[in-house]
Each structure stands twice: as C-alpha cells, then as structure tokens.
Design a protein around this ligand. Structure first.
Ligand code: HEC
Length: 132
C-alpha cells in the first residue's frame, strides 16, 4: 500500500504548483531547535517564533497564502514570554500589529508587506536589546 502511495506521490504533475503538503517541511528546523533544549523559556519562545516566521515566509513563497496567514495569526495571538527586557514593549507591539495585519489581509501583497514588517520588528528588538 505504501509503495502505491509513494508511486502516486512521485508521479509527475508538471502543471501543478507545489502541493501544500510540501510546505510543512520548513518546520523541520523548529524540531531541531526544540531538541537543543533551550536554556530558558525565552529561548524556546523565540525559537518557536523563528519557526513560525519561516513557515509564514516559505508558505507565502510557495503560493500558500492561507497557510502563511495561519502562521501569522499564531504569531499575533501567541502570548509574549515573561521577562522581556525593559524598553522592548514597543517592538513587541509592532511585531503583533504586523502579524495581525498580515493574517487578515485580503490581498497577497499586503500579506507580503506585513511579513517584511514582522521581520523588521524581530530585528529591531534584537538590535536595540544588544544596544545597537
Ligand atoms: C520585544 C522584543 C523582541 C521581539 C519583538 C522579538 N525578539 Fe527574539 N529575542 C528577544 C530577546 C530579549 C532575546 C534573547 C533571549 C535570551 O537569549 O535570553 C531573543 C532571542 C531570539 C532568538 C535566539 C533564541 C536562542 O535560542 O538563543 C531567536 C531565534 C529569536 N529571538 C527570534 C525572533 C523572531 C523570529 C522574532 C519575530 C517574529 C523575534 N525574535 C522577535 C527579544 C525579541
């Protein structure tokens, strides 16, 4: 039975865009990160964010806008970790706003722009926390 499935799965379908089933492959780095036993819940939290941000980005690139928006919705709703440094709240708000807007956008270009702003908010907070 599994051979049959394999055969079917491997049959060339040249006219099709990549199947949605191929996209979850990008979550693999998350599993790797999770296995490294982060030393703090903050690191675990950030690893999850990193994974979801990648899913949003890769899904969008594969034309799976709905899947990208699901990942953005997760980021929008996920509770911030305890112990975020002083002065980081505005970056968090910016991150949440970008994720929310991207998750509800009705045009793919708006979702793409939101993914860009999301990345900028991640980087902005990290840079400021390092005193850059
Ligand atoms: C409000 C500030 C803030 C925002 C916004 C933020 N981060 Fe972070 N991030 C931090 C801090 C602080 C650390 C350091 C945590 C530690 O090492 O204790 C960190 C660390 C990380 C790490 C390294 C974790 C590790 O294992 O050392 C990753 C990956 C990461 N963030 C990804 C992201 C992604 C992706 C986003 C955007 C979706 C994001 N972060 C948004 C504050 C933020």
């Amino acid at each position: 039975m599994s051979m049959l499935l394999m055969t079917l799965a491997c049959a060339p379908k040249s006219t099709e865009v990549p199947a949605a089933a191929e996209v979850p492959a990008v979550t693999e780095p998350a599993a790797v990160l999770a296995e490294t036993e982060p030393s703090s819940s903050m690191q675990l939290h950030m690893s999850e964010h990193f994974a979801k941000t990648r899913v949003a980005n890769e899904a969008f690139i594969h034309g799976e806008v709905g899947q990208a928006q699901d990942a953005l919705a997760w980021l929008a709703e996920h509770e911030a970790p305890e112990g975020l440094p002083e002065g980081s709240r505005s970056w968090l708000a910016e991150m949440k706003t970008a994720a929310t807007e991207g998750s509800v956008a009705t045009h793919p270009a708006e979702t793409a722009a939101a993914i860009g702003r999301l990345g900028a908010a991640c980087a902005g907070c990290h840079a400021e926390m390092r005193g850059e």
